[in-house]
Design a protein around this ligand. Structure first.
Ligand code: SF4
Ligand code: SF4
Ligand code: FES
Length: 209
C-alpha cells in the first residue's frame, strides 16, 4: 500500500455510540454530520472560539475532554458530545460593586469555594486552550484579579474545567468574573473613547427629526 492510498482510507470510530466511517482530516463535528449522527446541538463557530462543541474522547484506556471542532478523527476513537452547561450558580451584578476595595470581599461571597483549591490539576488537564486555570484561580483567590483575568484571556467558556473541579469552584466563572471586573473598572483607551463618542454623535444626529 502506497502512502497516498493509506491516506485516503476511511477512519472508523464511534461518535455518540454510533459507528462512523469518516475521511481522514475530518474533525469530530464534521465526521458526526457526515456520518449521519443525529443532529448535534449547541455547536457554533467551528473554529474553537465558542466553546460549545464539548466532547469526551476515549482512546483505549485513556479518557480526555476536548473541543469537537478542533479534534481530528482517529481510528478506534470514541467521542461523545457532552451536554451544554447549565445556568451558572454564581450570580452577581457588576454595578453593585462599589469600587476596587469592595471586590475582595464580594469575590469571596460570590465564589466561597475559590480558596479551597486542592491543586489536583484537573482543570488544567481538561482545558482545551492550554490555560493555566489552576494558577488563575489561585491569583483570583489571592486578590490579583487583573492578573487572573489575563490568565483567562483565551478562555472560550466551554466550562470543561468546571466539570473537572472536585471542589465545585467553577474556574471558568472565576476567570470570567476577573475579566469582567478588569474591564469594568479599567479606564478605556482614549482612541476607543473617541470612537464611542463619534458613534454616539452619529446616532444622535440620526434620531434628530
Ligand atoms: S479555562 Fe475552562 S472554560 Fe476556559 S477554555 Fe479552559 S476549560 Fe474551557
Ligand atoms: S480542578 Fe478545582 S481543585 Fe483542582 S486544581 Fe483546578 S481549581 Fe483547584
Ligand atoms: S464549535 Fe465553537 S468551539 Fe467548537
Amino acid at each position: 500500500m502506497t502512502e497516498a492510498t493509506r491516506d485516503i482510507q476511511p477512519v472508523e470510530l464511534l461518535i455518540n455510540g454510533i459507528p462512523v466511517r469518516a475521511e481522514p482530516q475530518m474533525t469530530i463535528v464534521e465526521a458526526a454530520w457526515a456520518g449521519g449522527v443525529p443532529r448535534v446541538t449547541g455547536v457554533g463557530c467551528l473554529e474553537g472560539v465558542c466553546g460549545s462543541c464539548r466532547i469526551l474522547v476515549r482512546r483505549g484506556k485513556e479518557v480526555n475532554v476536548a473541543l469537537g471542532c478542533e479534534t481530528f478523527v482517529e481510528p478506534g476513537m470514541e467521542a461523545l458530545f457532552l451536554p451544554a452547561p447549565g445556568t451558572p450558580r454564581h450570580q452577581y451584578q457588576l454595578t453593585e460593586l462599589a469600587d476596587g476595595w469592595d471586590i475582595q470581599a464580594r469575590f469571596h461571597e460570590i465564589f466561597p469555594e475559590a480558596s479551597r483549591c486542592r491543586h489536583c490539576h484537573g482543570c488544567v488537564k481538561s482545558c482545551p486552550k492550554g490555560i493555566s486555570v489552576e494558577e488563575g484561580v489561585k491569583l483570583a483567590a489571592a486578590g490579583h484579579y487583573r492578573e487572573a483575568g489575563e490568565a483567562f484571556l483565551e478562555c472560550v467558556m466551554c466550562e470543561l474545567c468546571d466539570s473537572a473541579c472536585p471542589e465545585y469552584i467553577a474556574p471558568a466563572h472565576v476567570g470570567l468574573f476577573c475579566r469582567r471586573i478588569t474591564a469594568f473598572f479599567h479606564l478605556r483607551p482614549p482612541n476607543l473613547i473617541h470612537k464611542l463618542e463619534e458613534l454616539k454623535q452619529e446616532a444622535d444626529k440620526k434620531e434628530q427629526p
